[in-house]
Ligand binder design. Structure first.
Ligand SMILES: NC(=O)c1ccc[n+]([C@@H]2O[C@H](COP(=O)([O-])OP(=O)(O)OC[C@H]3O[C@@H](n4cnc5c(N)ncnc54)[C@H](OP(=O)(O)O)[C@@H]3O)[C@@H](O)[C@H]2O)c1
Length: 255
């Protein structure tokens, strides 16, 4: 298949593009640095020309609801309109398990944007796959960066079923192949094998690597500032594909 991956320089987009290429597909890697901007539509038409599938792996670094909503709905609308006129058969949107639940996203504006993105795709005329992924181990660098002031890290209390981004990408690539002929809207839920808090995962990374995001916090603790629903496991999908690679195996170098 001919497939465009938007956000192909990012954590998951680069891995999905690699996986699809390894499976013999013709992959176009798109992002602003490669001349395609999903916000103002620059280069989208050219990128989607002849595509069977478009994969949305876009992201914006914000915690604000307004900015997140604007970005995720604006880009999703541009992608669906362009995909429809280009005759694309399916759009795959990488989203987050639980993020569209109002109880979960109430105190985290970024997730409200993801909820709006999912809704935009659900309303589109092009068949979509919404991927409800649990968090990736690789996200912890980002979380620690945001939660650290000097030697102190106060992580949000989040119970997760995290998995390796490589494994998530492989599951998504396989699903893209299997759903090529499907004309219906679908969802794909993905999770890792264990349930643990952000604090437990970050402690495991620190113990194995000595630093996390280049930092060695002297105090690392957690507080439920993203809300009780997230603290209690609202981001854990209750069905779907469960990958078997644990954080300890991932840290030991298994892939
Ligand atoms: N991290 C997790 O644990 C996790 C779990 C589940 C789901 N997700 C979701 O997965 C998605 C991807 O996350 P990620 O961590 O892989 O993102 P990321 O590493 O921040 O990468 C974002 C990508 O989007 C591109 N981009 C940003 N704005 C763009 C625009 N206007 N037009 C075209 N390309 C643009 C960036 O490249 P340029 O800067 O070159 O444009 C980059 O390639 C997000 O929507 C996130 O919510 C994340």
């Amino acid at each position: 298949m001919q497939i465009t991956v938007l956000g192909a320089t990012g954590t998951i987009g680069s891995r999905i593009a690699d996986q699809l290429e390894e499976r013999g597909h013709q992959v176009q890697r798109a992002s602003r640095s490669k001349g395609a901007d999903a916000w103002d539509r620059t280069g989208l038409e050219r990128a989607f020309n002849g595509d069977a599938v478009v994969v949305d792996c876009l992201n914006i670094e914000t915690i604000g609801a307004k900015k997140s909503r604007e970005f995720f709905t604006g880009t999703a609308k541009n992608i669906t309109h362009t995909a429809q006129s280009a005759g694309v058969s399916r759009i795959v949107c990488v989203s987050i398990a639980g993020a569209a639940d109002p109880k979960v996203n109430r105190w985290f504006g970024y997730y409200q944007g993801k909820a709006a993105q999912e809704q935009t795709y659900q309303q589109s005329a092009v068949p979509t796959t919404i991927v409800h992924s649990a968090q990736w181990f690789e996200l912890m660098d980002n979380v620690v960066r945001r939660a650290t002031l000097g030697p102190v890290t106060v992580l949000p209390t989040m119970k997760m079923a995290a998995l390796a981004a490589d494994r998530a990408a492989a599951i998504i690539a396989e699903d893209i192949e299997q759903s090529a002929e499907d004309a219906n809207d679908r969802t794909l839920a993905i999770r890792g094998p264990e349930e643990a808090t952000t604090l437990q995962i970050c402690r495991a990374i620190l113990a194995a690597r000595g630093s996390i995001d280049g930092r060695r916090p002297r105090v690392m603790t957690q507080a439920p500032y993203l809300g009780r629903a997230i603290a209690a496991g609202g981001l854990i999908p209750d069905h779907g594909v469960t990958d078997d690679l644990t954080v300890e195996q991932w840290l030991a170098g298994s892939t």
